[in-house]
Write a protein that binds this ligand. Structure first.
Ligand code: GDP
Length: 446
């Protein structure tokens, strides 16, 4: 392995702010810091200093902090320069660090180094970005728990149970004449059962955790003035709707993330899908339809005092038949009497009033239930689709192992494959391109 170089980046968000931070990590950190600050730094002591250019002119005045490796975030020597948060001053400071020998960091490179130096495992590294990207309080709390190792510990514990089980079985392979299998047969079976039970519990929690991270994609349809905006505000409750710019979607699909009982719901508005004006708009509409077809549920809002419009019927016709449908009969405060909830074969109907709030809880429950969310989801950890898939793969191999109790070699091999699937979650067996993909989604400076 070649010795790592020294990387530098602006670690704070671009724009104006009170403080801006440059982060530098690698073997040349001490020399670079001495060049900028003009004197050696003491470990973990904030020093107020002038940050100087190559000709001695002051670029800024701020705090310099030195975190020696291996006890730092990346495991390497790190220096942070806390200056004023202006884009020009930070760029000048960054250029100064580069002139002194640092290289500009790639997105996620600090965390990648932390992973490679064993400061974090892969699931923890992923939770760093998930914490930054969290759109609900519950998602942020769960990401923090994953970062703290709650999820990784579960995976490690499953892996060590598998190692014990394999040791037991491999003993029978090594010493077949001792008939260890007869002695341990029942023991192996009950141990396998316990591991599968534990794995199922972790899988369920991970599935819930991935809902918190990825949220539920909901299509919002309905004619103008039926009360869609009022309903969104009502659903979101106290929490201000966050307009998100999700990568991969176009501006044509309007998405809003609202917090429904802790689960982020990404609302895609279908307004503007009718009568595209020109070709560019048509392209946008095409992309919107794609996103809409892949959504988890459709919410059709209808004014309960009128019937659905021809445009509603058109939109409903184009939606995938298997998609969950919830029809909201809004404005029940204007009609004498209404049922609350009706479950029909192809849709659930919720009668409510976005104005008075009556029935909105029923809709909230219907949305959460449809997403597979369980109220008992306390103390969750945040997880990703990648983790859920790996856990499912592990479960499949354990199920296969269960069929092969009598054939020790195949049994041991299935356990090994299950172990490998789990290992991929924490980064024990992770191909480089997957690492590249994971870290490229980070921000620069993290
Ligand atoms: P949108 O065009 O579908 O987004 O509809 P808005 O949310 O802007 O609502 C249209 C109008 O209907 C507004 O004047 C709202 O105050 C009114 N409205 C919305 N929901 C209700 C409701 O449940 N009851 C009554 N009476 N009026 C409502």
């Amino acid at each position: 392995m070649t010795a790592p170089d020294t990387i530098a980046a602006i670690a704070t968000a671009p724009g104006r702010s009170a403080i801006g931070i440059i982060r530098i990590s690698g073997p040349q950190v001490a020399a670079i810091a001495a060049g900028v600050v003009g004197r050696p730094l003491t470990a973990r002591r904030a020093v107020l200093a002038e940050f100087r250019d190559c000709d001695g002119a002051a670029i800024d005045r701020g705090l310099a902090l030195f975190f020696p490796g291996p006890g730092s975030y990346t495991g390497e020597d790190i220096v942070e320069l806390h200056g004023h948060g202006g884009s020009v001053v930070l760029r000048m400071l960054l250029e100064r660090c580069v002139a002194l020998g640092a290289r500009l960091a790639q997105p996620g490179e600090f965390t990648r180094r932390a992973f490679l130096n064993g400061k974090l495992d892969l699931a923890q590294a992923e939770s760093v970005i998930d914490l930054i990207d969290a759109t609900t309080t519950q998602a942020a709390r769960s990401a923090a728990r994953s970062l703290g190792g709650v999820f990784s510990n579960e995976i490690q514990s499953l892996m060590s149970s598998l190692v014990e089980l394999r040791a037991l079985v491999e003993a029978t392979l090594d010493f077949p004449e001792e008939e260890v299998d007869v002695v341990h047969g029942a023991d192996v079976e009950s141990r396998l059962k316990r591991v599968v039970q534990h794995l199922n519990a972790v899988l369920e929690a991970a599935r819930q955790g991935s809902l918190l991270r990825d949220g539920v994609q909901v299509v919002l349809a309905g004619a103008p003035n039926v009360g869609k905006s009022s309903l969104l505000n009502c659903l979101a409750g106290q929490d201000v709707a966050i307009v998100t710019d999700i990568p991969g979607t176009t501006r044509d699909t309007i998405r809003e993330a609202i917090d429904v009982g802790g689960v982020p719901m990404h609302i895609m508005d279908t307004a503007g899908l009718r009568d595209p004006q020109d070709r560019v708009e048509q392209l946008g509409v095409g992309r919107s339809w794609k996103a809409i077809e892949q959504a988890d549920a459709t919410l059709l809002v209808v004014d309960a005092t009128r019937s659905e419009t021809a445009a509603d019927v058109e939109i409903l016709k184009r939606l995938p038949p298997a998609q969950r449908r919830i029809r909201v009969m809004n404005k029940i405060d204007l009609i004498p009497r209404a049922p609350a909830l009706e479950r029909q074969a192809d849709e659930t109907r919720v009668w409510l009033s976005a104005k008075t709030g009556e029935g909105v809880n029923l809709l909230r429950d219907a949305l959460l239930e449809g997403a597979g969310w369980q109220e008992t989801s306390e103390n969750l950890f945040l997880a990703r689709a990648r983790h859920v898939e790996a856990l499912r793969r592990a479960r499949l191999h354990l199920t296969n192992a269960g069929w092969e109790l009598g054939r020790s070699e195949i049994f041991a091999e299935e356990l090994r494959l299950a172990h490998e699937a789990l290992g991929a979650i924490v980064g024990e067996y992770t191909p480089d391109d997957l690492l590249g993909e994971i870290f490229s989604r980070f921000c620069i400076g993290k």
